[in-house]
Write a protein that binds this ligand. Structure first.
Ligand SMILES: [Cu+2]
Length: 455
């Protein structure tokens, strides 16, 4: 068998494993018989259902009404503008506190998508379903609470086979489609006047978050995440920031010990760098760090892509793990930056499944993972196997490593985790807030896989 064959088999095995994993999500909690459109017979009444638009969330997420005329009364209770699209009908952009009735006309039994059309909001989770169910009480969706038990198990598909095929097809795209460019590649430096000198250009760039979804991202050097910067303890570091964005920006060195004047918080520590201008950051890398460089001039700049990793020196394998066969020098280091908002949305390293990068290694390998969260929500990242050992939090080594197969990473946090690859196979790796990993049509967002090959 050629290595190509073998790699295909690995991929195929992964597809099955991953599909089986997620099938489990859908086997739970939905009961009743499928129902197709039955027409509006006997349903001349008008149902009014109330819905609130919150922070990247519909409340309730799922609503229901009986067949017939349906009006959704929508109120924006968030502090920023949102709109709502149902079946192509769309509210205007509602200001905070504003309401609008969306008249949907005569609706037949079925499940209809609702989502905010403002770029990034749908991807950040601002969506839900309107379920039209025989004899439903207008209001929040309660699943089985109708007298006729007309519950849609199949989430708008005609049959479970059709639903499953859609989910499987989406999973297979992860292995079948060519991947577009990945961000987070190492940034080269030049030695100038004793400094390791890096050039970082803040610029707009088209970025493919998932196949066919190309957004105008805020980037450093054109990628999301930005190129990774790595230096050693004792290095003199110079970073030249060139601003080619349409708006002022800045770099803050999150989790890196720098002089106050280099901290990048306008207007306290420096003036903003206006479009067309540049600024030179200089500092000594004083201690080991697992950090982030990102904008500190408006949340949207970060969420839309202005972030990258900045590491100093190495986190050490603790003695207690050396005793368990972990290597002192990892075979590979993976940086995994989480995001959930802005134009990028739910993503791992700027990519949403099926565009996410797959990782691979060999039984016996030691792998170091730096998780960092640049989004707005905490994400419990779960690798099916092997078990991880948290060896550092925010770039500080722990006195005693902590085991975790599910590691919750809050916004701004960094966790360094060591893995020892022990069991071959294809192991799913995803956020365990299931709606960050799965939709009715299959996997999306914060999902990838670790392929462990036989030694
Ligand atoms: Cu999540």
């Amino acid at each position: 068998m050629t290595s190509d064959d073998r790699s295909f088999l690995n991929w195929a095995a992964m597809a099955i494993a991953v599909a089986a994993l997620f099938l489990g999500f859908f086997a739970i909690g939905r009961v009743g018989a499928p129902e197709q459109a039955t027409g509006p017979e006997g349903s001349t009444e008008v149902s009014v259902v109330e819905l609130s638009l919150g922070a990247f969330k519909l409340s309730p997420e799922h609503i229901m009404a009986p067949p017939g005329q349906v009006i959704v009364r929508i109120t924006n209770i968030d502090s920023q503008n949102h709109n709502l699209n149902i079946l192509g009908s769309r509210t205007k952009d509602l200001q905070p506190g504003e309401s609008q009735d969306l008249e949907l006309g005569e609706l037949a039994v079925g499940v209809y998508k609702m989502f905010c059309e403002i770029p990034g909001h749908n991807e950040a989770g601002m969506n839900g379903n309107l379920h039209i169910i025989m004899n439903a009480e207008p209001g929040p969706y309660t699943g089985s609470a109708t007298s006729d038990g007309e519950v849609d198990h199949f989430h708008g598909f005609d049959t479970w086979q059709e639903m499953q095929k859609t989910m499987d097809d989406r999973a297979l795209r992860f292995i079948q489609e060519e991947k577009s460019e990945f961000g987070g590649q190492p940034l080269e430096f030049e030695m100038v006047d004793g400094f390791k000198q890096f050039v970082v250009t803040a610029q707009l760039a088209d970025w493919e978050v998932e196949p066919g979804r190309i957004v105008e991202a805020y980037t450093y050097n054109g990628t999301v995440p930005a190129p990774s910067i790595h230096v050693e303890v004792g290095d003199m570091v110079r970073v030249i920031l060139k601003n080619e964005l349409p708006t002022p920006t800045i770099i803050h060195w999150h989790g890196i010990r720098v002089p106050n004047a280099m901290d990048g918080v306008p207007p306290f520590t420096q003036d903003v760098v206006v479009p067309g201008d540049e600024f030179v950051y200089e500092f000594e890398a004083l201690e080991p760090a697992v950090g982030i460089y990102h904008s500190h001039n408006g949340a949207s700049q970060v969420l839309d892509g202005l972030f990258g990793t900045f590491t100093v020196g190495q986190m050490q394998t603790p003695d207690v793990l050396l005793d368990q066969g972990f290597k002192a020098t990892p075979d590979q280091t993976i940086e995994m930056t989480l995001n959930d908002a802005g134009v990028i949305g739910l993503s791992l390293n700027g990519k949403s499944f099926p565009a996410t990068q797959a990782y691979s290694g060999t039984v016996g390998d030691t792998v170091m993972v730096h998780y960092q969260n640049e989004g707005l929500m905490a994400h419990p990242m779960h690798l099916h196997q092997p078990l991880g050992w948290i060896i550092a939090k925010d770039g500080r080594e722990l006195l005693v490593p902590i085991p975790g197969d599910t590691i919750n990473i809050a916004p701004g946090e960094r966790y360094t985790v060591l893995l020892k690859l022990t069991d071959p196979g294809v192991w799913a790796w995803h956020c365990h807030i299931l709606t960050h990993a799965e939709r009715d049509d299959g996997m999306f967002g914060m999902v990838t896989a670790f392929i462990v090959n036989e030694a």
